[in-house]
Each structure stands twice: as C-alpha cells, then as structure tokens.
Write a protein that binds this ligand. Structure first.
Ligand code: GDP
Length: 435
C-alpha cells in the first residue's frame, strides 16, 4: 500500500495550511522531514520541517500523528500544520514527493481508504461530502447527521432485521431435519409487513432531503409588467445571505440563489416569456406557469395595471399583489407588496420562510438525501413485497428467502456493506448449528 499525501485545507494564501498523510510510510516520512520519529499519537508537537535531501529548513509547524487503526483512514495518519503561504506549502509538498513510498493522493482517496477500512459507510461518506459542500444552516445540519451515521444506522438496522428473517427462511430450506420450529416461517409475515411499512414511510418524505441538498426551486410567475423582475431584485437584495452570486440570465430565466431560513433557494423569474407573451398575453403566462410547474413553489404575481387577478394561480401558490402604491385594495388571500417602495416585503419573506424554511429544514428523523438511496429503498421494498406475497401464497421458503436476500442486498448497496459473511454469522448465532 502506498502512502498518500495532499494539501487538505483550501489552496491559496492563508494563516495555516494542513497537509495530510496516510499509509504505512507515515512514520518514516515524519522522520525524514523532522529528523525524529513521531512522538505520542494525537499529541501536537512543534517541529522544524526540513528538506529530506538538502536539510534546508522549510518551516516550523505542528506535527500530529494518529496511529493505525485509530485514525480517519484506519492507517497511520499525520497532519502537518504549516504556515499557509504558497511557497511554504509548495516546498513541503515538494519535500514529501522526494520521500520513498509517498505519492500525491487522488481526489477523495483519504475518504476512500476510510470507507475501505470500514470507518465510514457510503451514506457517511456522502454526508461528509455534503457537509463540505453545505452552504446553508439546514444543509449543514442534515449533512452532519448523515455523516454521523443517522441514515446508515437506519438502513443497517433494517438490513440486520432482514438478515435475521433470511436466516430463519434459510434454516427452513437447508436444515429441515434440525430442530427449527416449524412455525418460524409464519413469524416472518409480521416482520416483513413491519419492515415494508417502515420503509414506505421513509420513502414517503416528499423528497425533502434531496431538495434541501440540491436547493428548493421557487418560480416567480405572472403577466408582463406585474413587477416580477423588480420583486426578484428586491428579494435578492434584501436577503441578508445570498449564498452565491449566480445571478444572471440563463437563457430566458433569471435566477438568484438565496438562503431562506437556512434552506438554499433558487428564485427564478420566467422573464424571457414576456416577449413571447406580447401578442397573446394569457398564452404567454400559461406557458410560463407550465414551465414553473417543475418548481417546488410558485409565487404568482398580479398588479393593478397588469391584470389584477389570480385566475391562473393554483392551490399552494403564494399570491402576491404588487404595486400596492398604485392601489389600496389587496385581493383576498394575496400578500400586498410594492417592489417600488418595499412595502409588504417582510410579509412576503415571512411567507417564504414559512413555506420553504419549515418544509425543507432538517427534521428529527433522517431523510433520504440522494436518488441513489431512493432507488435502493424502492428495490428493497419491491423485493420485500414479493417475499410477503410468496409467504402468503404458501410458505415457499426458497422463494421467500431469495426475495429477502435481494431486499437485504438492496439496502447493503446503499451503505456499501454487502457481504455474505453476515448471513453465516446470524445463522450460527441464532441456531447454534454444528455446536
Ligand atoms: P415584469 O415584467 O413582471 O418582470 O415587471 P418588471 O419588474 O419589469 O416591472 C414592470 C414595470 O412596473 C416597471 O416599469 C417597474 O418599474 C414597475 N414596477 C414594478 N414594481 C412596481 C411597484 O411596486 N410599484 C410601481 N408603481 N411600479 C412598479
């Protein structure tokens, strides 16, 4: 196994930079760089770093050593906290490259090794990646929970129950003469039903976790000149935290990215449809609404001088009556605002926060955050339902077992921990065969 190294902190000038090493040559590398073997694990030591060939001083920094298996990757790991100047980092990286057995790490290689060593399952790996990418508070909370195993534990818990059910079914097939009580198979019915309902409840989450991860799409629609663009600009400017300035025209849709109550929101104005609308206004608006159909939430804007009604609004849309400065009466069920004066904007923001912030923020129960999880869970649920059917039709243990096996494998693929040894362990423990 090669020892890998990389700059783990962000590239560029900074107070401190952290370089990480992992693998069997870490002790040698520290000795080559500092003239001494690492000291006590997990104890920061201030040492002078030197070029291993020339002995030239490179920097003075903290050396942290983590002894295998008590490290992120499960291998010997070291962190070098050096001064974050570009030349310092370049010099230390160049020095590391000269040491026998060391090579630069490939992207994600530390985490890959952590996964291979069983330190993290796949959902935890994904949680870690999401935590690094998190832009808002709710994203951070969701990612942290996943990284700490909330999803993985849920799936592993289900898989353990499936393996146990499978072990019972297998015992019925393989060891018909052993003292396996004949009613055990019947016991599987309730367990299969329980697992099915727990998994369906988990699947039926409205896509909250994925939306929070990817960002919630909010579309502003309404007739030309209702003030959609003005409103978008107002909201974009007023929101304290614009998470990234992706503002710009994406073909005919103007988008800004906002942080609303900790949830990343992409607010889109179907502005380009204004031109298309020209001749047949309503048709243009209808098309804009259809386009906005894919969004998670729609803000429908009307104004006294641009068709003051909400005939195109649907249940669930936020209705905004703009240009309040031009009219006194706000239609029932609408929020009166003026993009010009800023009146009513707070109420609109509160409505957005209420709809977006509370709907998508991290909840108590871990939620599905990727399509990959959803696919695995659907496969699992389908196999479970087949197993339940086979069981109900006449206790064909072989068929039941096969579907339970597929269901367990589907979950195992989500966490990345599929291995047949589990099955043997469970059978051995529960039935004491061969004792
Ligand atoms: P859009 O076509 O729906 O995107 O509308 P715009 O944002 O381009 O606005 C159309 C016109 O209405 C522009 O001349 C704006 O200055 C004006 N406008 C927008 N909001 C208000 C408002 O609250 N009050 C008044 N009086 N004019 C507004």
């Amino acid at each position: 196994m090669e020892t890998i190294y990389a700059l783990s902190s962000a590239a560029g000038r900074a107070g401190i930079a952290v370089l990480r090493l992992s693998g069997p040559h870490v002790r040698l590398a520290i000795e080559a760089l500092t003239g001494r073997a690492p000291g006590r694990p997990r104890l920061a030591e201030l040492r002078r770093l030197r070029d291993p060939d020339t002995g030239m001083a490179l920097d003075r920094g903290l050396v942290l050593f983590f002894e295998a298996p008590h490290s992120f990757t499960g291998e010997d790991v070291a962190e070098l906290h050096v001064h974050g100047g570009r030349a310092v980092v370049a010099a230390v990286l160049a020095a590391l490259a000269k040491i026998e057995g060391l090579r630069a790490a490939a992207p994600g290689e530390f985490t890959r090794r952590a996964f291979e060593a069983g330190k993290l399952d796949l959902t935890e790996v994904e949680g870690l990646a999401d935590l690094i990418d998190a832009e808002t508070e709710a994203q951070r909370a969701q990612a942290l929970r996943q990284m700490e195993g909330a999803l993985g534990n849920l799936y592993e818990g289900w898989r353990a129950r499936l393996m146990k059910a499978l072990a019972y079914a297998e015992a019925e097939i393989d060891f018909p003469d052993e003292e396996v009580p004949g009613d055990l198979i019947e016991k599987l019915g309730p367990e299969i039903a329980a697992l099915s309902s727990e998994i369906s409840a988990h699947l039926d989450d409205g896509g909250r976790g994925e939306r929070l991860r990817d960002g919630v799409e909010v579309a502003i629609v309404g007739p030309p000149n209702a003030g959609k663009s003005s409103l978008l600009n107002r909201l974009a400017r007023r929101e304290a935290a614009i998470v990234s300035d992706e503002a710009g025209t994406t073909r005919d849709v103007l988008e800004v990215r906002l942080d609303i109550g900790g949830v990343p929101v992409t607010l889109a104005d179907t502005a380009g449809l204004r031109e298309a609308a020209g001749a047949i206004e309503r048709e243009g608006v209808r098309r804009a609404l259809a386009r906005a159909g894919a969004s998670d939430l729609r803000i429908v804007v009307a104004a006294p001088d641009a068709g003051g009604d909400f005939s195109l609004a649907r249940e669930g849309d936020i209705r905004v009556f703009n240009k309040l400065d031009l009219a006194a009466d706000v239609p029932a069920g609408a929020i009166g605002v003026s993009a010009l004066t800023g009146a009513g904007l707070e109420e609109l923001e509160a409505a957005l926060r209420e709809r977006v912030g509370t709907a998508y923020e991290a909840r108590e129960h871990p939620v599905i955050t990727r399509a990959r999880h959803r696919e695995g869970l659907r496969d699992c649920a389908a196999s479970l339902s087949r197993a339940g059917g086979a069981l109900a039709r006449g206790l064909d243990a072989e068929l039941v077992a096969e579907d339970l096996r597929l269901a367990a494998r589907a979950l195992g693929r989500i966490t990345g921990r599929v291995d047949v040894e589990d099955l043997l362990d469970v059978i051995f423990r529960d039935f004491c065969i061969g004792k």
